[in-house]
Design a protein around this ligand. Structure first.
Ligand code: DHB
Ligand code: FE
Length: 282
């Protein structure tokens, strides 16, 4: 049967993609951020997951405001990337696992989650930057797993509640664990933490709230479901709603997790950047 070995979180800031492309990881500005990843590389090298479930939010490349699925799951053999206008070089396609995708979609629909299934999906920086951070070199990295993108709407209100996100993750976890093949799966929750890119509060970051979320997501994610969507926007900024993807990831891991590593650095571009590595406890 499939095993979920753990969950990883990271911000997905486009400027990070540019810093990687320009070889700036050791520059003074970037080092405290990139220093958060080597312990995760070592863990991934040791456990070598076969598949990464990459939970991200599309920012207008795969979907747009005219058609915005609340939850969409990729069911393709590969996922292309395209130019979004951030200056990041376009990356080669990411290999998928359509068989596992359909198993997950079947299981979750049976579980009464209404999923948009995508047999074609272009993946944006929300998906690609975390893949680059966790598997440097991507296709040249022998350990890069097959990937399944899961996109949540954090952009156009009404967005899902934090409770729905956590429940989605629990159902996702059940679906993955019922897959008959002996594969190892890692679940990524990307985006966040606090940030607001435009409007009166542009540049807003809330360190205390971010740190509370990083603590509670380990010890008591249910407590975080009491935060309303309006409160989330107030406390984390308009784009801090991306914390929803962290909750989806956390739900898939089960009741208890072992926190192995974390890093928090502000500001990275406009964002409170949080990185976590959580291992599943059998
Ligand atoms: C930034 C952060 C994001 O999450 C994003 O999607 C785009 C830009 C930023 O901080 O620059
Ligand atoms: Fe974003």
């Amino acid at each position: 049967m499939a095993t979920i070995i753990g969950g990883l979180t990271t911000s997905h800031i486009p400027a990070v993609g540019n810093a990687i492309a320009r070889g700036q990881k050791d520059d003074d500005y970037w080092k405290p951020f990139f220093d958060g990843y080597p312990p995760i590389h070592a863990w991934l090298e040791k456990h070598k997951p076969d598949v990464a479930i990459n939970i991200y939010n599309d920012h207008g490349l795969g979907f747009f405001l005219d058609q915005m699925p609340t939850f969409a799951i990729g069911a393709a053999h590969e996922y292309i990337n395209e130019d979004e206008g951030w200056g990041i070089p376009v990356l080669p396609p990411f290999p998928g696992d359509a068989k596992l995708s359909w198993h997950i979609i079947e299981g979750m629909v049976e579980d009464e989650f209404d999923i948009t299934s995508c047999q074609e999906l272009a993946v944006d920086h929300g998906f690609t930057v975390p893949m680059q951070l966790f598997w440097p070199g991507l296709g040249d990295n022998p350990d890069m797993p097959r990937a399944i993108p899961i996109s949540a709407n954090t952009v156009q209100h009404p967005i899902p509640t934090l409770k729905r996100a956590l429940d989605f993750g629990k159902s996702l976890g059940r679906a993955i664990r019922s897959y008959p093949e002996d594969i190892k799966v890692v679940v990524l929750g990307t985006g966040g933490l606090s940030h607001q890119l435009d409007g009166e509060r542009a540049g807003f970051i809330n360190k205390e709230f971010d740190q509370m979320c990083m603590e509670k997501i380990v010890t008591d994610p249910e407590e975080l479901t009491k935060i309303s969507r309006h409160e989330l926007v107030r406390q984390a900024g308009a784009q801090g709603t991306e914390f929803l993807m962290w909750m989806m990831m956390r739900g898939a891991l089960g009741d208890k997790v072992r926190p192995l590593h974390q890093n928090y650095h502000i500001p990275v571009s406009n964002t409170g950047a949080g990185t976590m590595m959580l291992e599943c406890i059998e």
